[in-house]
Design a binder for this molecule. Structure first.
Ligand SMILES: O=C[C@H](O)[C@H](O)[C@H](O)COP(=O)(O)O
Length: 224
């Protein structure tokens, strides 16, 4: 296990109160958080209810003995802990490296508080080093691809190891685009959302409330 990820995950576990309804993120750092949360919940006999952001996370959490319910079985989510692929100084970020962006965003947007757990390699002065995942329904996907290409966003279909296009938990494809030359990211986010066939994108703007950085031990709070 990566020590920096463990440290960030442990910092997040320390912020989870008893009787919380917790959104569980996806990815390697979120997985460590889930492991540590389950241990704490067991040791301290905490009453924790969880909502998962992917099938993989759900299986993992159930395997650790956590109580996981459907998102529509709860009226609120107190706090969600998730990883990120890239984070800027305003705590805006790119997510979806593990293709879980749609459920992650749904859970995040319905959470009272969003905590991201990262190491400092994820922090960048501006977003765009990491490719932005765009989740697109299969029907007519190539037309969306062509449009993104025309916009000079250098689209690439996300593939599995066997060469087939990766399919998300919702049965969609992922197209990764290059946003390194895009200045107005909120405008791009709106344009992508308005594009027919696009289900979601991995730009998370003003979503993260607290960034926990494992290797420095920092807790950075979003301003405003
Ligand atoms: O779809 C995946 C998620 O957005 C992850 O939270 C993100 O890719 C970060 O994952 P990791 O903690 O493994 O770097």
């Amino acid at each position: 296990m990566n020590d920096h990820k463990v440290k960030a995950a442990q910092m997040a576990v320390d912020l989870i109160p008893n009787q919380a309804i917790v959104g569980l993120g996806s990815g390697s750092t979120a997985s460590i958080f889930i492991d540590l949360l389950a241990k704490k919940a067991h040791e301290e006999a905490m009453d924790i209810t969880c909502v998962a952001t992917s099938g993989q996370t759900q299986q993992l959490a159930l395997g650790f003995g956590l109580k996981v319910v459907d998102i529509d079985a709860v009226d609120r989510i107190d706090v969600t802990v998730d990883g990120a692929d890239e984070v800027d100084p305003d705590l805006n970020g790119i997510k979806g490296g593990g293709a879980a962006l749609l459920f992650e965003k749904i859970v995040a947007m319905n959470s009272q508080k969003n905590i991201w757990v990262v190491d400092s390699s994820k922090r960048h002065p501006r977003l765009g080093s990491y490719k932005l995942p765009v989740e697109v329904v299969k029907f007519g996907v190539h037309h969306v691809y062509n449009y993104l290409k025309e916009q000079d966003l250098k689209p690439v279909y996300r593939q599995q190891e066997d060469g087939n296009y990766l399919t998300t938990d919702s049965g969609n494809y992922i197209i990764d685009i290059d946003i390194s030359q895009v200045d107005d990211l909120p405008k791009l986010a709106n344009e992508l959302k308005a594009l027919t066939g696009v289900v979601e994108h991995g730009l998370f703007i003003q979503v993260c409330d607290v960034l926990l950085v494992g290797n420095t031990g920092e807790a950075i709070y979003r301003k405003g």
